[in-house]
Design a protein around this ligand. Structure first.
Ligand code: M6R
Length: 367
């Protein structure tokens, strides 16, 4: 059932060209220039009139939510907040019947997310679910929703469900933006064409980075800490990269927005602190270049994720992982893939049980 792969996690990482394709299938109709999503279309007015959208989730799904915030605010111009379900449910948040709550959950069974949804509904909010497991508790309790259609995810560390969540959030943001007039037709067409190209690019990144990442991982088997940095859309991707490493390799890792480095974490940097930095061409590239220089000046070992053909960051980094270029807003989908592979191989070399990491369960149905 592992399809020839050593672990479910690796199988699921390699399934991503297909899972993203499945998430888009029947929804993204590039030739007609439309995004078809019944859950959004049936409630378009309510969604577009929202005073604010609050995204609630836990773990990896929360990271997807953070990227969802960037997407929805950029393209649909609706204010978005992202909250841990466990915090939201215990803090009496301001939610009324003019609010939309988007709950994201791979399993659809997470106890905190479920309880947060119930509270939001009691306060009159319209709750939209993004779940992977069909007919799960959360998908049944929400007012409307979209499935991610990533297929069953067995590995405890979420991989393909995450990239499918990002794909669904992209579809939602673009559809809302198109219908509320914030996104020009030209821009919309450009973005959906890029979205359509993602499964191919994900395949490309898997092929072109796999062996390289496997080699790079060998250098970090003994690491005790890691910093992951990214800016803009790739800041949450850095958080997610760090979470993957923590969960399966038991190496302490933290994600930070690259610019926050100087507000604290830079004090940690020396030759024993490896730093993974996501540095695509768009999205304040120059700033990232200076971040990398600051790290190198303190002897940090840098693994840089750059676009193909990059020279500036690549020339100072210790290890370089190249990934294909896409629109900035979709770059976390591509950049996450080598980060999943990096966490996977470091964990495998350390002899860890990647599919069943200690102390973790696939769905957290207790608080
Ligand atoms: O099923 P959910 O998406 O609601 O699960 C949320 C988290 O428990 C989950 O993402 C967890 O952080 C994963 N193990 C991450 O790989």
């Amino acid at each position: 059932e592992k399809g020839g792969y050593e672990h479910f996690m690796l199988k699921e990482i390699f399934e991503q060209p297909k899972s993203i394709h499945d998430t888009l299938r029947g929804r993204l109709l590039v030739e007609e220039g439309i995004i078809k999503m019944a859950g959004i279309w049936d409630h378009l007015e309510r969604l577009n009139q929202a005073q604010k959208i609050t995204i609630i989730a836990c773990g990896t799904s929360w990271h997807a939510g953070l990227i969802g915030e960037y997407l929805i605010e950029e393209f649909a111009r609706i204010p978005v907040e992202v909250e841990y379900a466990s915090e939201f449910r215990y803090r009496n948040p301001i939610i009324t019947d003019k609010d939309i709550v988007i709950a994201i959950s791979q399993s659809g069974e997470t106890a905190d997310t479920m309880a947060a949804i119930k509270m939001a509904k009691e306060k009159g909010a319209f709750v939209y679910g993004i779940c992977n497991v069909v007919d799960s508790s959360i998908s049944r309790v929400t007012d409307a929703g979209s499935y991610t259609h990533a297929g069953p995810e067995i590995g405890v560390a979420s991989t393909k469900a995450f990239t499918s969540q990002l794909t669904v959030l992209s579809l939602i943001a673009l559809k809302l933006g198109k219908h509320n007039g914030h996104l020009s037709n030209q821009e919309f067409m450009k973005l959906i064409t890029e979205l359509d190209a993602l499964p191919k690019k994900v395949e490309e990144v898997l092929e072109s980075t796999h062996e390289n990442v496997k080699e790079i991982a060998k250098h970090f088997i003994g690491a005790q800490n890691f910093l992951y940095l990214g800016r803009g859309y790739n800041f949450p991707a850095a958080l997610e990269g760090a979470l993957k490493l923590k969960e399966i390799s038991y190496i302490h890792a933290e994600g930070y927005p690259a610019a926050e480095m100087k507000h604290g974490p830079i004090a940690l940097i020396d030759e024993n602190m490896p730093i993974v930095i996501i540095a695509p061409k768009q999205g304040h590239y120059d700033k990232i270049v200076s971040n990398v220089q600051e790290i190198k000046a303190r002897k940090g070992r840098v693994v840089a994720l750059v676009n193909k053909g990059d020279t500036q960051v690549a020339s100072v980094a210790d290890f370089v992982i190249e990934f294909p270029e896409t629109s900035e807003c979709f770059s976390p989908i591509i950049a996450s893939i080598p980060l999943q592979l990096l966490a996977y191989y470091i964990a495998v070399y350390r002899g860890a049980n990647v599919d069943q990491p200690r102390n973790l369960a696939k769905s957290v149905t207790v608080e």
